[in-house]
Write a protein that binds this ligand. Sequence first.
Ligand code: Q0Z
Length: 287
Amino acid sequence: MPEAAVHVGSGKVRELYELEDDRLLLVASDRISTFDVVLPTEIPDKGRVLTGLSGFWFARTRALVPNHLLALRPDGRSTECRRLQMLPIECVVRGYLTGSGWKDYCATGAVCGHVLAEGLRDSDQLPEPIFTPATKAEEGHDENIDRERAAELVGQERLDEVEQTAIALYRFASQHAAERGILIADTKFEFGLDGEGRLVLGDEAFTPDSSRFWPADEYESGRPQPSFDKQFVRDYCETLGWDKTDPGPELPAEVVAGTRERYVEAFERLTGISFDEYLADPQVVLR
Ligand code: Q0Z
């Protein structure tokens, strides 16, 4: 637990502390959620993998948009960041049609106002990535909204800037990841404003918790794809007949070990850095 820091927020698997008025500490735990339930068993180093990946992407996308990262702590799981005034929308970019986008398409033929071609199948790649904002739900699921509604929340000019920036970030990272055998089906950003009203990328970036990572070599459209990181956990849970309500099941050691390996593999493939090097000095991802 960080010394002399006031706890200001809890996510399902992360904690947020205030260091000073204008500086926060974001701590990624080893907790894992599946089917929206946080499990009682942790995945060792998961928080470090996610923190290292976020730091890696923040360092590599600074020229596209400034971000909140100030420093990575030596524990490898804590990010010091600038406090921003966060925008009240979730900024999702989809390169593939799945999840709530697939559901909305099946019901209406459109996702957040993007009318798509007929006859698309689950997990199809979209001809161009689309920006599909959502509201921030305090509890339960974020709700997809069209760009008209999003413009009411942040203003049309700001929304245009956010959309263009989010799509540029997605194109950059998805190309990098695809070259390393990982498809980024979709991803969620949170943006904020600094004291001068400039747009800044906050929260986390291109982690397996904020994105859907798919193994490229198993990709086949027309069906749901296996998750790069959580598939062992999901498969195990499906063997139990668990009703997917809280509390979730404990995970056996083999499932924990296999899942940890997948997180570490994602880190190493995407960063090209050995995870042991990261543990020895988290700053390696920023160079
Ligand atoms: C992020 C969240 C977490 C609970 C607020 N740089 C920033 N400035 C202001 N606010 C935030 C950030 Cl990152 C901010 N969240 C999401 C993260 C636990 C909620 F670790 N909420």
